[in-house]
Design a protein around this ligand. Structure first.
Ligand SMILES: [Mg+2]
Length: 259
């Protein structure tokens, strides 16, 4: 079966393990079975707003056994990457999850209108306004590096409409300054590398529901991937896509069949 070929399983969340507040059929059983096989597991999310503890709670609420130590969020990776680079002080266009992750990594989050910082960090921010974007743009012009937790253009609202995502806020600062931001989340490598380490290393399989972030990210890393058709991308998207997953399955039960 497919699962035999891999040691580390990296799971996207929405559309794979839950859909909004609802469980995805077969997900809890699949995770339990991988654990019984002693596989490494990590949960990977571009969402920068929720802490690892909240993510793990949300997984447990849909029946998926999960520990906060197995969760890699784009906020966490961003904070670790910046701390490793010696960033001491940052200005944030983002919500509490980003601020908490930076603070825990020892990075001071500047309030108000600072004169200078080492980095401007952009995530999803429902409280973003002109002042925040102006301050961020000015700080980048004064030499701060520009980093975004994730590139998502939009946030899928419950009523089916799209709201501006972290990528849309990043674009405002990029357009103003002409500076291209560095993106940490999927499909870019930093988040995926951190998640792989969190799963204990070994041969990875990325499991996701989106061709443009999950599967494209795996392809970029040279990793195998499983596209499950329980979320965003469907069989028709796959037909029209240049991005090819290694495997496709209707749901996570596909991990336990022969390829
Ligand atoms: Mg997803």
């Amino acid at each position: 079966m497919i699962a035999d070929g891999y040691e580390a399983f990296l799971f996207d969340l929405d559309g794979v393990l839950y859909r909004g507040a609802d469980p995805v059929p077969g997900a809890a059983e699949a995770l339990a079975r991988l654990r019984s096989l002693d596989k490494g597991i990590a949960f990977v999310t571009n969402n920068s707003g929720r802490s690892p503890q909240r993510v793990a709670e949300r997984l447990r609420a849909v029946g998926v056994d999960a520990d906060a130590d197995e969760v890699e969020t784009s906020a966490l990776t961003t904070a670790d990457v910046l701390a490793d680079r010696g960033v001491r002080r940052a200005f944030v266009v983002g919500e509490a999850g980003v601020v908490a992750a930076l603070s825990e990594a020892g990075i001071e989050v500047a309030e108000g209108e600072p004169d200078a910082v080492d980095a401007v960090v952009v995530g999803w921010d429902r409280g973003a306004d002109y002042t925040k974007l102006r301050v961020a743009a000015v700080l980048v012009q004064r030499g701060a590096s520009l980093v975004a937790t994730n590139p998502d253009a939009s946030f899928p609202a419950a009523d089916g409409t799209k709201w501006p995502g972290a990528g849309a806020l990043l674009a405002a600062i990029e357009t103003t300054t002409g500076v291209r931001g560095e993106v940490i989340g999927k499909p870019y490598p930093p988040l995926l590398k951190a998640a792989h380490a969190r799963a204990g290393g070994g041969r990875p399989l990325l499991v996701g529901d989106r061709l443009d972030t999950d599967i494209a990210g795996a392809v970029g890393m040279g990793w195998d991937s499983l596209l499950v058709l329980t979320g965003i991308s469907d069989a028709r998207d796959l037909e029209g896509s240049q991005v090819r997953p290694t495997y496709v399955a209707d749901d996570l039960r596909g991990l336990f069949v022969d390829p």
